[in-house]
Design a protein around this ligand. Sequence first.
Ligand SMILES: [Zn+2]
Ligand SMILES: [Zn+2]
Length: 153
Amino acid sequence: MPFPYTGGCQCGNIRYEIQAEPLTLYACHCNECQRQSSSAFGMSMPVPRKAIKLLQGTPKQWSRPAAASDRTVVCFFCGNCGTRLFHQPSRNNKITNIKPGTLDDTSWLSPVANHWTIHAQPWITLSDDMLNIAQQPTDKEFEEIHERFKKKS
Ligand SMILES: [Zn+2]
Ligand SMILES: [Zn+2]
């Protein structure tokens, strides 16, 4: 899939475009992601922060502590329908994590890793083809997560 990628919130007030290739794509089964997605897990697609262009609307934002660290995550969402759109981790100020379920075309999304598998719901089957990490990935594991995505795309 070549960029740009377009997406938006559920009600359509917020529309965005990504003007670069994603850096990787993973699923996260931590309790924060379960609550945030109000589902079994969240997906994150890091892209270069500069590559996001808002086409319409202004998301609201709030901050929370990052999982198992003293850092923070700024979370962007639609103030009308509540759809979560982006996360900006203080861990790396060059990237923004897109919530990729908000893309117009989700058919090509194929995560290369699972994070926080210790909290994965019991009915989830973890693929051996993916990098399955028990808790928060180390910097070295994050490198591997980027490498795997590069090889795949
Ligand atoms: Zn909305
Ligand atoms: Zn998580």
